[in-house]
Structure formats: C-alpha cells, structure tokens
Design a protein around this ligand. Structure first.
Ligand SMILES: *[C@@H]1O[C@H](CO)[C@@H](O)[C@H](O)[C@H]1NC(C)=O
Ligand SMILES: *[C@@H]1O[C@H](CO)[C@@H](O)[C@H](O)[C@H]1NC(C)=O
Ligand SMILES: *[C@@H]1O[C@H](CO)[C@@H](O)[C@H](O)[C@H]1NC(C)=O
Length: 283
C-alpha cells in the first residue's frame, strides 16, 4: 500500500519542479522584453553602446570603381555630390567593437517619406548592389544602416524616423567638408595633403579627433565621434602615433582628396549612362 503513493508524490514533486522552472524562465524572458534591452536576433544580449560615430564618405573615392549604373547609384548622377556624404551613424563601444542588428522594427521606407529629398542628396548609395539586412535578406543602403546600426542606438534614438533625422541634423551641424575647404584641403587630382594637417583642422574646429579611412592614397571615409548627447569626442581609435609616424586607419602620411576628374567615366559616358538608366526606369 505504501509504494504507489511515494511514486505519486515523487512524480508530483518532479512536475512541480518543472512548472516552477518553466515559470522562472518565462518570467525572466518577459522581464528582458519589458526592459527593452538590446538583444540580437539570435537572442544574445547586447549591452548598451558607448558613443556614436558619424561615418562620412568621399564620393569621388567611393565612385572610383563604379562599373554599373542604376537609379540607386549616385555615382552615375549628372550632379555628383562634391562634399562628404553620409555613410551612417554608428553606435560603438570604446573597445573598438560595436553592437549590430539589435531589436527593432524592420526598415520601412514610409517612415521616412518626409525625409527622402535630403536623404537622396546627403545620404546616397554609391552602388547598385543590394546590401544585407539583419533578416537574412538584402535591401537598400538605408535599410542596412537602420537595421544594423540604427536599432543599436537605443535608448538615445527610438525609431527609424528619429535615426535618419538625427543623423541629418548632426551632419548639417558638423560640416567636415566646410572645415577642410577652409583649411585649404580642396578636391584635387594632383595635390597630396598631410594627414596630420587634415586631422588638426578637424580637431581645431570640433575639439575632437576624427578617424580617416583611405583607399590607397585617397581619403575614402572620414569619421567623427560623439558622446550620447552629441557633443564631439575623440574617436576610440583616432589617429595613432607609431614610432613618430602618424597613421589613421589605412591612410598614409600624405593623402589625396580626389576630384571627379580621376573618375573613369567621362561626362559623355555619364550622360549615356543617365540615358540608359532612364530608359531602364521606363521599361
Ligand atoms: C535570464 O536572462 C538572462 C539574460 O538574458 C540570462 O543570462 C539568464 O540565463 C536567464 N535565466 C534563466 C533562468 O532563464
Ligand atoms: C578599387 O579597386 C582597387 C583595385 O581592385 C582596390 O584596390 C581599391 O580598394 C578599390 N577602391 C575602392 C574605393 O573600393
Ligand atoms: C558644407 O560646406 C560646404 C563648403 O562651405 C558647402 O558647400 C556645403 O553646402 C555645406 N554642406 C552642408 C550640408 O551644409
């Protein structure tokens, strides 16, 4: 008579343990969701970022290798941008790593319908290729930037519209092109400029050290960094002095800011490309 009840009690105890464990896990999960913590799609927690990096592209360098034209490729426009354009506003960690693909809604062009004009002008894509999004698919340059970086700028930036508007505002406020032009660093296919001079011009204007990325001798990107309240700060890597030699990213000591003349397409070819592009758009 004594044996079956003991088994039954054991079973009930086991069941109770399972129920408690299940509840604990469920509660933990809902807590995490309610706190709105940044989590990767895989469910891995990503800690909050440390600072912002505004990454800017030098169009003449970005367009140097253009081989294909389409409506999304600003390299093929007849009015090519002659100033740094936006690559993205990135949420970074001080240790030079960064969070990516945090939780947040997928890109929706409708959200930014009122910003399309400035975005097309100041945040163009320089490629026809779709770029990976955070959902195992491919999409536009803007979708990539919002999903990969924008979603990780929470809790400073709350949604897609705010991400693009904030980035445009910061870009307008800190006109890197204006600073360089005033210091005499103007587009040229013959001049080489000292990297240290470019860095000093930015430091004097914004009281913060930028980061430069080059493709060969040509400046490809210039990045300026901000605290979470958008006050300028040094980029975490910034420029490095290695045995008395200044370096920043992949840049040599003397760099170029190429003008469009070095670009492989002539104006005639570009007009043809514009024409074929509009024909494609019609078909
Ligand atoms: C609760 O969530 C944290 C953070 O995601 C996780 O590290 C921990 O293992 C979870 N605990 C349980 C019991 O699920
Ligand atoms: C252009 O192509 C050259 C040669 O393949 C490569 O070294 C360079 O990095 C490319 N430049 C850009 C801006 O992509
Ligand atoms: C930045 O400055 C340059 C040179 O003064 C000017 O041509 C350009 O319109 C300015 N860009 C923005 C976005 O205000």
């Amino acid at each position: 008579m004594a044996t079956p009840p003991i088994k039954a009690i054991l079973c009930m105890q086991l069941l109770a343990i399972f129920i408690v464990a299940f509840c604990l896990i469920r509660i933990n999960c809902s807590w995490v969701a309610e706190e709105g913590l940044l989590r990767k799609r895989s469910g891995v927690h990503q800690r909050q970022f440390d600072y912002f990096k505004l990454s800017l592209l030098w169009p003449a360098t970005a367009c140097r290798n253009t081989t294909r034209c389409c409506s999304s490729n600003a390299c093929c426009r007849s009015n090519l941008p002659s100033e740094f354009t936006i690559h993205g506003l990135w949420a970074d960690y001080n240790d030079e790593t960064w969070p990516a693909c945090c939780s947040g809604p997928q890109f929706d062009k409708k959200e930014i319908s009122t910003l399309l004009k400035p975005l097309r002008k100041y945040w163009p894509s320089f490629s026809c290729e779709a770029v990976s999004n955070c959902h195992h698919g491919k999409g536009t340059f803007w979708a990539h930037e919002w999903e990969k970086h924008g979603t990780c700028s929470y809790p400073v930036v709350h949604d897609e519209y705010e991400y693009f508007l904030t980035t445009l505002n910061v870009y307008f406020k800190y006109n890197v092109t204006g600073v360089l032009f005033e210091a005499g660093y103007v587009p040229s296919n013959s001049e080489k400029y000292p990297l240290g001079g470019i860095i000093t011009a930015i430091q004097n204007a914004f009281h913060a050290t930028p980061e430069l990325i080059c493709s060969g001798d040509d400046v490809e990107e210039l990045r300026i960094c901000f605290y979470k309240d958008f006050q300028p700060r040094d980029c975490a890597s910034g420029f490095i002095i290695r045995s008395d030699r200044l370096s920043s990213g992949s840049c040599p000591q003397y760099v170029s800011l190429p003008a469009y003349g070095s670009w492989r397409y002539s104006t005639v070819q570009r007009q043809f490309l514009d024409l074929s592009d509009s024909l494609t758009a019609v078909s």
